[in-house]
Design a binder for this molecule. Structure first.
Ligand SMILES: Cc1cc2nc3c(=O)[nH]c(=O)nc-3n(C[C@H](O)[C@H](O)[C@H](O)COP(=O)(O)OP(=O)(O)OC[C@H]3O[C@@H](n4cnc5c(N)ncnc54)[C@H](O)[C@@H]3O)c2cc1C
Length: 523
């Protein structure tokens, strides 16, 4: 095995966590090696082709994972420079202030974070700048205190979306502009990198106008001579010293060859599931249950949100080109007769004809029957997509395991009543909007619901949670493993509970926070 010894720090993975960390550390002049199992995502017309992206899953891994019953499935994740941010919807929200405290839910409790919102506030502000977030402060009734407004103005609603937003407001709700990380200049559209197209959420951005970790973090980091990125470099195992207290080697497969890299500090940023897998697969005599797993917590408390996509069909066309602009948090903490968190509502990206067979196979046939003469394209052009997400609670039995070298996800949804209530509540709101706004709406609004299956692990987090107690947590407050002095995990793994908002801005803010600690450590 070739041995390469020249680095101060090795970062494994280039997603929201690893990519951001590399960006922040690059100007330090320290010798940084980034190892990424994927390559740069190809720029090709297929980036924006719904059939390729949704039906053929062109950018997903072809790995197979296994569920609790031993059934295989293909996970909805991709391995690229930039990780899953290459295809994310770029909805970048801060966690609410109370999300950091213990929260009573209908079916249990979500644990308090040992860090508080105030520990993250300045990093959220920086994260919003680094990832070009557009939004409007003061609209969202659950918004946490912000020391600065959003760095960019909100992404405007197109007329049909504005109608809907006005309708929600007439119902007493407080719709707000969804905070989005895109490079859009609506004042000077001729100079705007973002062209407000209909293939954003779920698609790679062909014109590199989505603020993803590849374009916003990794590429700028590479401008520094002290940063080396090796792509198609899959890390398979971490080696430790005889005491087990230090990582001494990062074993990596590159073009079929094993190579060993060494550095003073090693950061695992493979995404919550793959980071846990790497630690579990690095078991040794000193760490028989997996590296840094004295607590037996590695891989446990996997969370991924309870999510439902609703396709709301109307007789009125929806010509809006970029539809993902509205969000609603009025039910985030519940409602008068249900004082428990229910979750958040936001638009999905546009509903496109070629997405429907992939996204809603079970409801497609009855849908087409109910609306005679409507083909896929007509359904799509008269639809609006809504994404409803609720917090799933940390459960040690929801976990990632390696069995006979197979990847197993054991995950049973919990807190489902709160989520179901959100779905039913939202359907009522949509029906009221349709009737009040449009006399020609189909009298029985049709809202096929598609509960998100196991393979949808886009919002994966947990698995290596942080905490002060090494018995119940894997990482200390700086995301260093309790058991191994020079080993850090910096991605979605650290979440002790996952709140009801999209995870990525918190992953980015945390990476900036840990980077400051690492800079001090490397001085
Ligand atoms: C379709 C979709 C839409 C989404 N929309 C949103 C949204 O609107 N808002 C939001 O907040 N979040 C969204 N997400 C979630 C978001 O993408 C993730 O929260 C975020 O990417 C997680 O960051 P991470 O650093 O934890 O992991 P990742 O971004 O997954 O990065 C992990 C990296 O590690 C690499 N890697 C893995 N294993 C190894 C190994 N063994 N060796 C070397 N490299 C390795 C991977 O290739 C990847 O580059 C979405 C996700 C999907 C799939």
């Amino acid at each position: 095995m070739t041995v390469n010894t020249d680095y101060d720090i090795i970062i494994i993975g280039t997603g929201a966590g690893g990519g951001t960390l590399a960006h922040r550390l690059a100007p330090t002049g320290k010798k940084i090696l980034i190892l990424e199992r994927g390559s740069f995502l190809p720029r090709e017309k297929a980036n924006w082709n719904a059939k390729e992206v949704y039906q053929k899953e062109r950018y997903h891994t072809d790995e197979m994972w296994y569920n609790l019953g031993g059934k295989s499935f293909r996970p909805g994740v991709g391995y690229w420079v930039g990780g899953n941010t290459k295809v994310y919807g770029a909805a970048l929200l801060r966690m609410r202030e109370q999300d950091f405290d213990t929260v009573a839910h209908h079916e249990g409790v979500s644990s308090a974070w040992p860090l508080k919102y105030r520990d993250f506030e300045s990093y959220y502000t920086e994260a919003e700048k680094l990832y070009n977030v557009h939004g409007l402060q003061g609209e969202d009734p659950t918004e946490p205190p912000m020391s600065e407004g959003y760095p960019h103005p909100p992404v405007s609603h197109e007329p049909r979306m504005q109608d809907m937003s006005d309708g929600f407001r007439q119902q007493g709700l407080h719709p707000f502009h969804l905070p989005l990380g895109i490079k859009l200049d609506e004042v000077n559209p001729e100079f705007s990198p973002c062209i407000r197209c209909n293939t954003c959420d779920g698609f790679p951005c062909l014109v590199h106008a989505k603020a993803d970790a590849d374009v916003n973090a990794v590429r700028p980091a590479q401008q520094h001579n002290n940063v080396t990125l090796i792509t198609q470099a899959k890390v398979v195992r971490l080696h430790t010293s005889a005491s087990g207290r230090e990582v001494t080697g990062v074993e990596t497969e590159i073009e079929g060859q094993s190579q060993l890299f060494t550095s003073d500090t090693v950061v695992v940023s493979c995404g919550a599931i793959n980071s846990a897998l790497l630690l579990l697969r690095s078991a040794s005599d000193q760490h028989p249950d997996g590296l840094a797993n004295r607590s037996n917590q590695v891989g446990r408390n996997l969370m991924k949100h309870l999510a439902t996509a609703i396709l709301a069909l109307s007789t009125k066309p929806n010509p809006a080109v970029y539809q993902k602009t509205i969000a609603i948090n009025d039910f985030y903490w519940g409602e008068p007769d249900f004082p428990y968190p229910m979750g958040q509502i936001q638009n999905t990206g546009n509903v496109l004809g070629d997405m429907i067979p992939a996204e809603t196979p079970a409801v497609l046939a009855p849908l087409v029957k109910l609306v005679p003469g409507f083909g896929l394209e007509q359904i799509a052009s008269h639809s609006t997509g809504w994404w409803l997400q609720s917090e799933d609670l940390p459960d040690p039995d929801n976990r990632v395991r390696v069995m006979d070298d197979k990847v197993c996800l054991e995950y049973k949804p919990n807190n489902t009543k709160a989520h179901d209530r959100l779905v039913q509540r939202w359907i009522k709101v949509l029906e009221t909007n349709d009737h009040s706004m449009q006399p020609f709406i189909i009298p029985m609004g049709i809202y096929p619901r598609n509960s998100i299956p196991l393979q949808a692990v886009g919002h994966q987090c947990g698995t290596c949670r942080l905490g002060e107690d090494p018995i119940t947590s894997v990482l200390d407050l700086n995301c260093r493993t309790h058991d191994v002095d020079n080993l850090y995990v910096v991605d979605g793994s650290f979440f002790p509970s996952n709140s009801g908002v999209n995870p990525t801005l918190t992953i980015i803010a945390n990476a900036l926070r840990v980077a400051d600690h690492l800079q001090d450590r490397m001085k």
